[in-house]
Every structure is written in structure tokens, then in C-alpha cells.
Write a protein that binds this ligand. Structure first.
Ligand SMILES: Nc1nc2c(ncn2[C@@H]2O[C@H](COP(=O)(O)OP(=O)(O)OP(=O)(O)O)[C@@H](O)[C@H]2O)c(=O)[nH]1
Ligand SMILES: [Mg+2]
Length: 467
């Protein structure tokens, strides 16, 4: 049996579904498969025929047969449709009843209900999309922020798939070379030298490494940045949280130690999904048991943060001398932005609103002056946050951020490549061929050229019906 033995959708099989969600002003029903036109003609009639060549891909006005309701129809002949199979789309009145009645008529006319993701899956099986593009369709629909949608669109463009295919091509031509050595060991054909073969492997390895390292940024952008607001007591952390959210989420008072426990909220800052935590103030020591527990929680949050807004009070002489004094060490793998708060108390010229603070250990930390009270400088802070996340240091990568599934396949391909390089060096051709084949299969698993039915099942089960 082929790899698509499970749930194989053939063009012979005609399926239909509502593509729009119920309740809207207009509804679209898509019918796809060999009998799409026959089915459509049983439920829709117009002055002009969908079958006429000149009406191909033209929107025709007509009526539903059953209710004589106005309905537009549109025929796309295979392979020039989204699914790659013969497709008719019907546009009727929205709501939930009218499209429901029309859909029932479509089923009665011979189409079966489409499964979730079936249209995209047909497109994949018909070679209209590779698997990375099909996954991007689901990502785009599920995107909850602008940035996540941008990522999905980049993947949908097909360039990432091309990159992977190019690497796979190199491996396949290496394999052909090695296999021909195995087939004709006696003959002294014009073989590539072992170092040349190894350098091809290295070239692929480097490209794949780069892709794997983009996983972190991809995950952050898809799933959200963990942003922690911390600082000494009373520096204005909760006020900053409220100002950034635009509503009074946290209690603010002039009493130091107002926030005792970590408080979490989600938000969207400049198109980036954010998991935001406001924490209890940190100071060098405390004899209060509750405060101590709160401070431990703050430290826990800081360690798990991806970005830290460290709030320092411009009115606090101690903080002005050593803004990070209350923190044993500025955490290494966290992006830190120093937020000088209460700028309304110390008005300064425009030029000094943003800069770089150098810590005792020489680490450069960007700072901004803000006022949580008046809102001054918050735009600048959000700009800096966006820059940090999108371009800054270790988050930076190429133009594609791989998903978890891709990263897992890439890791497996990399480990097969490492094995391959070792045996290739020793000229153990058979073992080398087997490792390179494994690596190439893992790459094929990303684009869908070599992928198991189970993985397809899992990927397309994330889709909704009608896509
Ligand atoms: N003038 C001025 N006062 C501010 C500003 N931000 C906060 N405050 C005041 O500073 C005090 C402390 O504010 P909070 O937001 O509760 O500070 P916090 O860091 O959350 O304090 P803890 O939770 O106790 O650690 C309150 O009286 C605020 O009104 C600001 O930008 N300007
Ligand atoms: Mg607070």
C-alpha cells in the first residue's frame, strides 16, 4: 500500500463543505471532485451554463433549485482550482439556515461531507502545495497576532520548502554517487574525492543547523513572548503593567510591597503576542515571610523570562547609583530592558530618553525613560521591545522560523548526517549510503515527499472543516 493508503481522497470522490462560518452575510459552499459540476447543476440553475467554456472561472448569477434563492456559482476545472480537482463554489445568502439547506441539497445530489482539512489535503496530494505550505494554511487561519500571520505567509510562499528540497537534492546526488561506487567498485570512474563528498555533507549540515536555530524565535513569535516586569519595591512595576495594558489590572499604592504574588496577563504588543507577569518587588533582604516567598516567585519568573523589563525609580537615590543592585546577577539568557520610571518628576530633553546602560560586568543594556503615570516614553519602550524580539541578538535568524515538527525532523536529519560523515570518512560506503538516505527521508518528511500516513493524519486533523 502507498503512503497515502489511509483516508485517500481521490478525484473520483466528490466532497462538499461550507467554507464560511455560519452567521455571516454571505456563505460559500465548495464542491470538489469528479462530479462537482453534476452535483452543482442539480442544486443551482442559471441562464448561462457552467459547462460552457467561456464561462469557466466566471461568476454566474442564478438561483438555488430548491428555494429559488439568488445564488452565485463559479466553476474551476481541474487542475486549476485550490484542491486541484474539479471544483464549483456556490455563494448564497448567509446566516445559518439558508446555507444549511443548500448544503443538504448538495449532499442529496451526490457529494459527501468533506472532512476537516480535506480541501487542503487534496491540494497537497495533487501537488498544488508542499506539506510546509499546507501547514502554513492552518497556521495562518489559527494566527492570533500579526507577527504569527507574517510567519505563516512566509512559509506559505513555498520558499522554505524549496530550501529543504535543495538540501535534499544535494543528499540524493551524493547517494547516487556512493551507490554507483558500490555497484562498480572495480571501475575507476570519475569519482568525487572523499573530502569533496564530506564538504557537500558539511554544506547541508550548516544550512540545517541554521534552520534548527530559528526554532526558538519561531516558537516565541507563534506562541508568545514571556515578558516579566520586575524591579525594586515601589518602582512602579504595577503602574507600568496597567499603563501598557490600558486598564487597571494590578493594584497600585504608594506602599512598598503592594504586589505580593506574581500576576499574569496576556496581551498583544506591536503585533507580538505577550505573556506578561508583574512581580513582587525585589530587595536585598527581608524578614517578612510572605515578602520572601513573593521575592522567590519573582526570581523564578525572571529566570523563565525571555524578555525582562527591569523597572528602576528615578526618584530613588539608591536605584540611580546602582539600578540593578537588588538583583544578584543580571540573568544571562534573558533580554533585559532597563525602564527608568517616573520621568514626569525629572523632565529631560528629548535626546536623553533612550540610551545604553553599561553594567559593572560590562554588559550593555538598552534603557528608556518612561512615566507610567503620564504615559510618556511608553511608545519608545514598545518600539524597543519589538526591535529586541524581532531583530535582537540570539533571536535573530534567517527569514524562516521552523515549527516544532520541522525542528524535530531537522534534528533527526542532522544526527543521520553526523553518522554519515563519520563512516564516509572511513569509506564505509554501505553505511554512509544508509545514513544519508535516512537524512534525506527526514527532509522529505518536512516537505511531504516522504511522509507517513500517520503524520499526514495528525497535520490535517488540526484543520477546520471547509479548508
Ligand atoms: N510620579 C509618578 N509616580 C508613579 C509613577 N509610576 C508609579 N508611581 C507611583 O509609585 C507608587 C508605586 O507604584 P506601584 O505601581 O504600586 O509600584 P510597584 O513597583 O508595583 O510596587 P510594589 O508592588 O509594592 O513592589 C505609587 O504611588 C504610584 O502612583 C510615575 O510614572 N510617576
Ligand atoms: Mg506592584
Amino acid at each position: 500500500m502507498g503512503i497515502f493508503s489511509k483516508n485517500f481522497f481521490s478525484a473520483e470522490d466528490t466532497a462538499a463543505a461550507l467554507c464560511t462560518s455560519p452567521g455571516g452575510a454571505i456563505s460559500i459552499i465548495r464542491i470538489t471532485g469528479k462530479d462537482a459540476l453534476d452535483v452543482a447543476e442539480k442544486v443551482w440553475k442559471g441562464k448561462r451554463s457552467l459547462r460552457e467554456k467561456k464561462n469557466l472561472r466566471r461568476v454566474l448569477l442564478g438561483k438555488t433549485v430548491q428555494d429559488e434563492e439568488p445564488c452565485l456559482a463559479f466553476y474551476m476545472k481541474a487542475p486549476h482550482s485550490y484542491t486541484g480537482d474539479d471544483t464549483v463554489e456556490l455563494q448564497c445568502h448567509g446566516g445559518s439556515i439558508a446555507p444549511g439547506r443548500l448544503l443538504k441539497a448538495v449532499y442529496a445530489a451526490g457529494a459527501r461531507p468533506a472532512e476537516p482539512g480535506e480541501f487542503t489535503r487534496r491540494a497537497f496530494l495533487n501537488g498544488k502545495l508542499d506539506l510546509t505550505q499546507a501547514e502554513a494554511v492552518a497556521d495562518l487561519i489559527g494566527a492570533r497576532s500579526d507577527v504569527a500571520a507574517d510567519l505563516a505567509l512566509r512559509q506559505l510562499s513555498g520558499r522554505p520548502g524549496e530550501e529543504i528540497r535543495a538540501c535534499r537534492e544535494i543528499l540524493l546526488s551524493l547517494l547516487a554517487e556512493i551507490e554507483s561506487r558500490m555497484d562498480f567498485p572495480e571501475e575507476d570512474l570519475d569519482w568525487k574525492s572523499v573530502p569533496a563528498l564530506l564538504s557537500d555533507v558539511e554544506e547541508v549540515r550548516e544550512k540545517l543547523e541554521k534552520l534548527v536555530s530559528s526554532r526558538k524565535r519561531g516558537a516565541i513569535l507563534r506562541e508568545g513572548v514571556r515578558l516579566v516586569i520586575a524591579g525594586r519595591p515601589n518602582s512602579g512595576k504595577s503602574s507600568l503593567l496597567n499603563a501598557l495594558l490600558g486598564y487597571e489590572r494590578a493594584i497600585v499604592t504608594e506602599i512598598a510591597g503592594t504586589t505580593r504574588d506574581t500576576l499574569e496577563e496576556t496581551a498583544d504588543f506591536r503585533g507580538i503576542p505577550v505573556h506578561l507577569s508583574d512581580t513582587a518587588g525585589l530587595r536585598s533582604e527581608s524578614s517578612d515571610r510572605i515578602e520572601k516567598i513573593g521575592m522567590e516567585r519573582s526570581m523564578d519568573s525572571i529566570r523563565r523570562a525571555e524578555v525582562l523589563f527591569w523597572v528602576a525609580d528615578l526618584a530613588d537615590a539608591e536605584a540611580r547609583k546602582d539600578p540593578f543592585g537588588a538583583l544578584e546577577a543580571v540573568p544571562e539568557n534573558v533580554f533585559v530592558i532597563l525602564v527608568w520610571n517616573k520621568s514626569d518628576l525629572f523632565p529631560l530633553p528629548e535626546a536623553k530618553k533612550r540610551g545604553v546602560y553599561v553594567t559593572g560586568t560590562g554588559r550593555k543594556i538598552p534603557y528608556v525613560r518612561v512615566s507610567a503615570k503620564t504615559g510618556e516614553g511608553l511608545d519608545l519602550l514598545l518600539d524597543l521591545f519589538r526591535e529586541t524580539v524581532l531583530e535582537g541578538g540570539e533571536f535573530s535568524s534567517g527569514e524562516w522560523e521552523v515549527s516544532l515538527r520541522h525542528a524535530q525532523e531537522l534534528e533527526k536529519a542532522l544526527s543521520s548526517l553526523a553518522e554519515g560523515a563519520l563512516v564516509l570518512e572511513k569509506e564505509e560506503w554501505e553505511l554512509a549510503a544508509s545514513s544519508l538516505r535516512k537524512a534525506s527521508d527526514h527532509l522529505g518528511g518536512i516537505t511531504g515527499e516522504t511522509v507517513s500516513a500517520d503524520i499526514l493524519e495528525e497535520i490535517f486533523s488540526r484543520f477546520c472543516i471547509g479548508k
